[in-house]
Design a protein around this ligand. Structure first.
Ligand code: FAD
Length: 429
């Protein structure tokens, strides 16, 4: 975008083009998530008269197909840069001062420097941590384990627990807290845990691994409360850290937060005028479309004469666990803090598609309405394709639609999504 606005641009990339999202994040994760969901799809098909035989899953096939698609995407991203006439430097960059960067032993000077180095998974400092993996390695496992223990309660943990389980791995999700998905609407965290447990995943709350040992039968995890668990694979999804170590930022005068994130103003400018930062390295909202939007806003600010601050209001997001979950706007808890009195509308039902099967997954939908203005300030869903549904609802929430405007929208029947425009009963009590 900066090049399109007329800037002369060079980019240094030490890894593969597309970053975390394309190589070890959103894209391969969603492909794995599709793969995992087929187990249930085969079951559902039986209720509709299909005989599918005994399904067999082959991990190497999925890996090879996934890798081929990622390699294609790497090429697409590189071509986009080349076509925009961006100079590509294939190496790690470090910052020397306010206007210079070192790449491959060469010093490059620029009017502006943009730090978009992303983040990296963090492992807890416990004995045996080297026996565990993170999401980075989960994308390249040589073979699937018979048993897996996923540690964490955030979206990456839920997604990988669902992936392993769906692919036939006996899976435990282990979280030190009491409720999954901190920061999301509390009811979502509770309900998704119940749904995942009902599907056969083991959920272990309230304890943290204190050490990992290898034994003849696999791995043994000893928890802080003394309990033990045996497994074949331990994956930590316990947080990520901004990639700012040894980057030369502090020496150039760039202020970092305690967690290493680059501190920026609403225009993504760091404490040094010529150095900006966007994406996960700023640890604001760590999602790909947010990083991309921050990039667009910054290019407009610096090279298109249109100073544009970031807009982090009403960012929708999805958790591709099984079942899917998605949300836009405020949780009930946050809305109560901000607005006080609320009207809540909820629905919980078994989707039409499951009525001919013996599957009992419940779809859950919730609208959070500011009682004074009647604006819908939060929309939340657990259920099939929740991300697809909430993406549409997000436009209405972003535009400040009222509950009456939701109600005046005609539903598409029969769909799951129509429930968002037919919720009549208040669930305030
Ligand atoms: C398992 C997982 C699943 C995810 N799923 C989703 C999802 O479904 N939806 C969603 O929106 N987000 C998802 N995310 C988050 C998303 O991947 C990130 O928010 C996004 O990639 C951030 O983009 P970025 O450009 O800030 O950083 P990154 O994508 O991490 O890119 C940073 C790049 O900088 C390079 N680099 C780092 N240091 C240097 C250096 N010194 N010199 C040169 N190059 C350097 C790295 O090689 C990397 O390519 C997921 C993340 C993970 C880990």
């Amino acid at each position: 975008m900066s090049a399109a606005y007329g800037a002369r641009v060079a980019i240094a990339e030490s890894g593969r083009f597309g970053g975390t999202c394309v190589n070890v994040g959103c894209i391969p994760k969603k492909l794995f998530s599709y793969a995992a969901h087929f187990r249930e799809d085969f079951e559902v098909a039986k209720g509709f008269g299909w005989t599918v035989g005994e399904p067999h899953f082959d991990w190497p096939t999925l890996l090879a197909n996934k890798d081929r698609e990622i390699a294609r995407l790497n090429g697409v991203y590189e071509r986009v840069l080349t076509q925009a006439r961006v100079e590509i430097l294939r190496a790690r960059a470090t910052i020397l001062d306010k206007h210079s960067v070192q790449v491959n032993g060469k010093t490059i000077t620029a009017k502006h420097i943009l730090v978009a180095t992303g983040s990296w998974p963090v492992l807890p400092q416990i004995p045996g941590r080297e026996l565990a993996i993170t999401s980075n390695e989960a994308f390249h496992l040589e073979r699937l384990p018979a048993r897996a223990l996923v540690v964490g309660g955030g979206y990456i943990a839920l997604e990988f627990a669902s992936i392993f389980h769906g692919l036939g791995v006996k899976t435990t999700l282990s979280y030190r807290g009491k409720r999954l998905l901190r920061g999301f609407d509390g009811e979502l965290g509770e309900r998704i845990g119940e749904e995942m447990a009902a599907k056969g995943m083991t959920l272990h709350f309230g304890a943290e691994p204190a050490s990992i040992e290898k034994n003849s039968d696999g791995l043994k995890i000893i928890y802080s409360d003394g309990s033990r668990r045996e497994t074949d694979l331990v994956m930590f999804a316990t947080g990520r850290k901004p990639n700012t170590a040894n980057l030369g930022l502090e020496a150039a005068g760039v202020k970092l937060a305690a967690d290493g994130a680059v501190i920026v103003d609403p225009y993504s400018k760091s404490s040094v005028d010529s150095i900006h930062a966007i994406g996960d390295v700023t640890n604001r909202i760590n999602l790909t479309p947010v990083a991309t939007a921050e990039a667009m806003w910054l290019a407009r600010t610096l090279f298109h004469d249109q100073p544009t601050p970031v807009d982090h209001e009403n960012v929708p997001t999805a958790v591709f666990a099984n079942p899917n979950l998605a949300t836009v706007g405020l949780s009930e808890e946050k809305a109560r803090e901000r607005y006080g009195a609320l009207d809540l509308y909820k629905a919980s039902f078994r989707a039409l598609k499951l009525t001919l099967t013996d599957q009992h997954e419940r779809t859950f939908m919730k609208l959070v309405v500011d009682r004074a203005s009647q604006r819908v300030v939060g929309a939340h869903m657990i259920g099939p394709d929740a991300g697809e549904v909430i993406q549409g609802v997000a436009i209405a929430v972003k535009l400040g639609a009222t509950k009456a405007q939701f109600d005046s929208t005609i539903g598409i029947h029969p769909t799951i999504a129509e429930e968002f425009v037919t919720l009549r009963e208040k669930a305030n009590a």
